[in-house]
Design a protein around this ligand. Structure first.
Ligand SMILES: [Zn+2]
Length: 204
């Protein structure tokens, strides 16, 4: 820590606080900052008013492929990727911004978020280690999260081809999927960024 500049350290503390506020687990903070575990725990307690939860992070890629989580994960990852590629955001800056935009879109549609911050971070890490990738649906042309090496020629997404569950559950799930699906299809990241900036102005 001795040779690290005060400004760098301050930025890391700010990022850690923002991540904690959004629901990050301790492992996320330990991986993404150089701050000591003891400091992070202290920070966590100050921000949340309680000790960080213990236990392992979710490690399986399968959760992101199940139906409703897949639609939410795909929406989030599309936002994240566009912030990185089109808006030149750096990795963690893009991550936090994408997660805020994801939450904002769902609240506008009165839909419940399915993807927590720690899950979203795990998703990005799975992409970075080439366990997951995006694949274009052959029917609607939107991009969805899939296991790496999924054959693209025949891929159809979970919105175009929902699982065949009978009755009410299916109807409710389709309604729940409708909002994020529509956003993934139609909303451009520019519109999302404008929304975010308008919200910033309102709160300023
Ligand atoms: Zn589709």
């Amino acid at each position: 820590m001795a040779d690290k500049s005060l400004v760098t350290e301050m930025h890391q503390v700010q990022m850690a606080i923002e991540l904690i506020e959004l629901g990050a687990r301790l492992q996320v903070l330990e991986t993404e900052t150089d701050l000591s575990r003891a400091r992070l725990i202290k920070l966590y307690k100050e921000v949340r008013g309680m000790s960080p939860p213990k236990g392992m992070l979710p490690f399986s890629t399968d959760w992101f492929i199940t139906w409703l989580p897949n639609i939410h994960s795909s929406l989030f990852y599309n936002i994240y990727q566009r912030l990185i590629e089109d808006h030149d955001c750096e990795r963690m800056g893009a991550f936090v911004r994408a997660f805020r935009l994801y939450l904002e879109q769902l609240s506008l549609e009165s839909a419940e978020p399915v993807l927590g911050l720690t899950r979203a971070w795990t998703l990005v890490r799975f992409f970075e280690s080439d366990l997951l990738e995006l694949c274009e649906c052959t029917s609607c042309q939107a991009s969805f999260v899939v296991h790496a090496h999924t054959p693209a020629q025949s891929f159809v997404c979970g919105i175009c081809q929902p699982p065949s569950r009978a009755g009410k559950t299916r109807k409710r799930r389709e309604a729940a999927a409708h909002a994020p699906a529509r956003q993934a299809d139609q909303l451009t990241i520019t519109a999302l960024v404008e929304l975010e900036e308008a919200a910033d102005r309102r709160s300023a």
